[in-house]
Ligand binder design. Structure first.
Ligand code: ADP
Ligand code: NI
Length: 227
């Protein structure tokens, strides 16, 4: 098994599958998660082949956008890896990571992850933080017809994965459920730093977290004409 070649082919496959995806899971998101995962993985004792494959394939079919199943993505990934002669144990590990790492809303129970899974999850979570995270929030807001900011509208901790998905697909039941992009910082992005798994992930997250706080302070000052 030529691991380097399989990774290269997988990257090409993901790139061509996700071109034309504009909800925040385009190829460049995958590329950045892949780079983050390599960065974090270097400091951890992990199987980098599994880490790289899971990072590349993790959003191949997002459950929030592809009906209700958490299984579609892992299945597509498993088929692809099988076709490329990857061994069964690696395939099983990669699909398990994909199945278990996705965020299901702030109140949903988090799944136990392997060390490799923890690295990939950290790499993906970093993507929603810092300068890139800020760009992604405001790129995603209009997809679900969500305003930038609504003064007085309180952040809302989505009680169920179902409710979270409804909002995510632009089918929010009311204004409160729809929310705003600024509220998304309080509903998710500022909670991420405490969910990081690995020491290097935590360090990177702390920096990105502070950057978002600085950004929000500026934002509210500008909103009220104070700056
Ligand atoms: P993941 O890749 O972890 O599954 P999501 O699919 O939840 O992440 O989100 C993709 C990107 O879109 C993230 O950067 C996230 O912050 C942003 N996003 C998700 N939901 C909202 C929302 N309601 N408002 C603004 N941005 C959002
Ligand atoms: Ni992702």
């Amino acid at each position: 098994m030529n691991k380097a070649l399989i990774i290269k082919r997988t990257a090409k496959y993901v790139e061509s599958t996700l071109s034309g995806e504009h909800t925040g899971h385009d190829w460049w998101h995958i590329y950045r998660v892949w780079q983050n995962a390599k960065h974090i993985g270097r400091h951890e004792k992990v199987n980098m082949f599994v880490v790289e494959l899971a990072a590349l394939l993790h959003d191949i079919a997002d459950w929030k956008l592809h009906g209700t199943s958490h299984k579609t993505g892992p299945e597509i990934a498993a088929n692809w890896l099988k076709k490329n002669g990857v061994d069964a144990a690696t395939i099983k590990h990669v699909s398990a990571i994909m199945h278990d790492m996705t965020y299901r809303g702030p109140k949903a129970q988090a799944k136990e992850l392997s060390r490799e899974g923890q690295v990939v999850q950290d790499a993906d979570r970093l993507e929603a933080m810092g300068a890139i995270g800020i760009a992604r929030v405001f790129a995603f807001g209009p997809v679900i017809k969500q305003p930038i900011h609504v003064p007085g509208l309180k952040p809302h901790l989505y009680a169920t994965a179902h409710q979270y998905r409804r909002k995510y697909t632009g089918q929010a039941k009311n204004k409160r459920e729809q929310g705003s992009s600024i509220n998304h910082f309080y509903e998710k992005l500022l909670l991420l730093k405490d969910l990081m798994n690995t020491p290097s992930g935590k360090k990177l997250a702390a920096h990105r977290h502070q950057y978002m706080l600085d950004y929000l302070r500026e934002f509210f000052q500008e909103w009220d004409g104070r700056k």
